[in-house]
Design a protein around this ligand. Structure first.
Ligand SMILES: CC(C)(COP(=O)(O)OP(=O)(O)OC[C@H]1O[C@@H](n2cnc3c(N)ncnc32)[C@H](O)[C@@H]1OP(=O)(O)O)[C@@H](O)C(=O)NCCC(=O)NCCS
Length: 159
């Protein structure tokens, strides 16, 4: 049987796994700010999408995007270590981006740790362009690279 990964909105039962992936894959060396309670709050926040990618019952990755008036902010994105380079990160991001396009937003912003070469390569592959460096963005210890992607909306024919 061929299994294909499935993306959906997270439910409260996913919050613990998401929080643990954030601690392990994203917040290492910085303390743990995306606790289970904070992820739960994001799941219930109407202006935030918490998406998960699953195969059978296994949670393989997640992404959190907050949608504003004109811009969206990709807050967190992580794929299980054993399932990277299968296209799951790109799949999750495309799903979250589609919501931003549907909402008519103009840009998506994201920050990545300056020491996270894999993430920087990934975001650039997904069409995000470097905007600058924020020194000490992560708890005064690690710089952030700010990246942004412009979303192009189809104009009405008579515009
Ligand atoms: C960044 C991350 C989400 C990418 O997820 P992924 O599922 O492995 O990425 P994909 O398989 O969709 O990769 C798509 C493209 O991104 C680029 N890319 C992904 N991982 C890369 C790496 N380690 N090094 C270089 N390029 C990479 C490649 O161009 C890749 O295309 P290819 O497979 O045809 O070469 C994953 O590495 C991860 O979870 N890292 C830890 C958490 C993290 O850093 N999150 C981002 C900051 S919040």
């Amino acid at each position: 049987m061929i299994l294909s990964p499935h993306i959906s909105l997270a439910v409260p039962a996913h919050a613990r796994d998401i929080a643990e992936m954030s601690r392990e894959y994203i917040e290492y060396g910085l303390g743990w700010s995306w606790t289970q309670a904070r992820v739960l709050k994001a799941i219930h926040d109407p202006s935030t999408n918490v998406a998960v990618v699953r195969e059978q019952d296994a949670l393989l990755g997640f992404g959190i995007m907050r949608y504003g008036e004109r811009r969206a902010h990709l807050v967190l994105l992580g794929v299980h270590l054993d399932h990277r380079k299968r296209g799951l990160g790109a799949l999750l991001l495309a799903w979250l981006e589609k919501c931003a396009v549907t909402a008519g937003l103009e840009h998506i912003q994201v920050e990545a740790r300056a020491d996270n070469e894999a993430a920087l390569a990934f975001y650039q592959d997904q069409g995000y362009r470097r905007q600058g460096i924020v020194p000490g963005y992560y708890r005064g210890m690690i710089d952030a690279i700010k990246l942004e992607k412009a979303l192009f909306r189809a104009r009405p024919a008579n515009a």
